[in-house]
Design a protein around this ligand. Structure first.
Ligand code: BG6
Ligand code: MG
Length: 219
């Protein structure tokens, strides 16, 4: 049975993963090294400060900065990221997502956001998506980053639905692991081989229906 769908934001609903990457790559460039898209994969789904550690490790600079300096670097990256996302429009919602969210509403399935991002609210508003979510759990409400299950467990708790009736949509391996640890089934979105542990795989939401979801995860 599926009573609630919990969606990650970055890389599932909108392609903001590219903006996160660009902002980190710019910071790395300023620090004097290149940060590749492959290295960027490890920043997906993890918190801002954990992502900074990934970047600094890639440049061999993990022990170079004080905590205060690291906070300043993360703020610099976030300011650049905000330049990108405050210009977003509803056109950047990934194909088929809005239609699927609307179908869930029509069917009475609860729709929850479960994101590590502290910027989730800005993106939902820029893309006119907030009315489609029954609850929003973002980086301002949780302290433990994925793969800790906190963000999804909190979403289920707030909406009052048992974990076994929730399905999580994720583009990051850390998020799929978080869903499993929360006792939930998961859909790996985007086709990355790193998502092989998800209950089912989904390349794109285009043409995807609740019937397809049930066929894929209600085995
Ligand atoms: C996640 C992204 O959704 O949010 C990560 O996948 C990012 O890459 C994390 O680091 C935190 O985002 P923000 O917007 O709070 O810096
Ligand atoms: Mg993501």
């Amino acid at each position: 049975m599926i009573s609630c769908c919990i969606f990650d934001l970055d890389g599932v609903i909108v392609d903001t993963a590219k903006y996160h990457y660009l902002a980190w790559a710019e910071l790395a460039h300023k620090l004097g090294f290149e940060f590749t898209p492959e290295q960027g994969e490890a920043t997906k789904g993890v918190s801002r400060m954990a992502s900074l550690d990934v970047v600094l490790r890639a440049g061999g600079m993990e022990n170079r900065f004080t905590e205060e300096e690291k906070l300043a670097l993360a703020t610099e990256k976030n300011d650049r990221y905000l330049d990108f996302i405050t210009r977003m429009t509803a056109n950047e919602v990934l194909p088929g997502v809005k239609h699927f969210l609307e179908e869930l509403h029509t069917l009475g399935i609860k729709v929850v956001l479960g994101s590590a991002s502290k910027n989730a609210g800005v993106i939902l508003d820029r893309c006119d998506l907030r009315p489609l979510f029954d609850r929003v759990v973002d980086g301002t409400l949780v302290s433990k980053a994925k793969p800790d299950p906190e963000v999804f467990a909190k979403g289920a708790e707030l909406i009052g639905i048992p974990a076994a009736e929730c399905v999580v949509f994720e583009d990051a391996a850390a998020g799929v692991e978080a869903a499993t640890r929360a006792g939930m089934r998961s859909v790996g979105v985007g086709g990355s081989p790193l998502l092989e542990k998800a209950t089912m795989q989904l390349r794109s939401f285009e043409g995807f229906t609740f019937g397809d979801l049930k066929a894929g995860v209600d085995k």
